[in-house]
Design a protein around this ligand. Structure first.
Ligand code: GRF
Length: 197
C-alpha cells in the first residue's frame, strides 16, 4: 500500500477525488496526511475522511526556504511514498524538491509546457486558444517545467469564463491524478525512469 501525503491551498476537490478512490479496498494507495500552507477550506476533508491534517503557514516563516524546511519536517513524519501537490499555490523551494523528487508530483490546469504558473486557466483564455488541458508533472526546480507524467486536452468553449473553464478542467485533472497514482503504485509508471530520460 502506497502512502500519500497531499498538500493543498484551496478547496481540495482533487484531494476529495483521491480520498474517495482510496475508499475502494482494491485501490493501492491511501492518503495518510493532508497538509496546507494556510487555513485551506479543503482541510475539513481530513475530519470527514478521518485523515490527520497539518498546516505549515507560509507567512509564519522568514523566507521560502525556512517554510520549506518546516514543511519537509512535517511531511517526513508520515514516511510517504508519494507527495502530491494538489492545488498548493506556492512554489516549493529547492530543499523540498531535493527531499522528495521524483516522488513529488503536481497537478496543473493547462497543457504544459503551455501556460505554466499560477494562472494557467486565465492565461489560456487571455491567449484566445481553442483548447487547453490538464497536466500531471514531476516537480523539479522549474516553474511547472518538470517531466510530464500524463496530460489531456480540454476544449475552450465560446463564452467560457475562468471559472467555467476551470470547472471543466478539474475533473480531467482528477482522472489523470487517480490513474497516475494507480500506475505508480502498480509500477506501470516509474518516476525515476521518467525523470532520468
Ligand atoms: C487545480 O486546478 C490545480 O491544478 C490548481 O488549483 C486547483 C486546485 O483545486 N493548481 P482544488 O483545491 O483541488 O479544488
Amino acid at each position: 500500500m502506497q502512502k500519500l501525503v497531499v498538500l493543498i491551498s484551496g478547496t481540495g476537490s482533487n484531494l476529495r477525488a483521491l480520498l474517495e478512490a482510496s475508499e475502494d479496498a482494491e485501490f493501492p494507495a491511501r492518503v495518510v496526511a493532508i497538509g496546507a500552507d494556510r487555513e485551506a477550506d479543503g482541510l475539513v476533508l481530513g475530519e470527514e475522511f478521518g485523515i490527520p491534517t497539518f498546516t505549515v503557514p507560509y507567512t509564519a516563516y522568514p523566507d521560502r526556504d525556512a517554510w520549506g524546511d518546516a514543511l519537509i519536517e512535517q511531511v517526513r513524519q508520515w514516511e510517504p511514498d508519494l507527495v502530491i501537490l494538489s492545488g498548493l499555490m506556492r512554489l516549493v523551494p529547492a530543499g523540498v524538491v531535493d527531499a522528495f523528487s521524483p516522488y513529488l508530483i503536481n497537478t496543473h490546469p493547462a497543457y504544459l509546457p503551455e501556460f505554466p504558473g499560477a494562472h494557467g486557466v486565465r492565461d489560456a483564455l487571455a491567449a484566445g486558444v481553442d483548447q487547453t488541458g490538464a497536466s500531471l508533472i514531476v516537480v523539479d526546480n522549474s516553474v511547472d517545467g518538470g517531466p510530464i507524467i500524463a496530460q489531456e486536452r480540454v476544449p475552450v468553449l465560446p463564452g467560457d469564463t475562468e471559472s467555467t473553464l476551470h470547472d471543466r478542467i478539474k475533473p480531467v485533472e482528477r482522472r489523470l491524478l487517480i490513474q497516475a497514482v494507480l500506475d505508480i503504485a502498480n509500477s506501470h509508471i516509474d518516476l525515476k525512469e521518467l525523470t532520468a530520460s
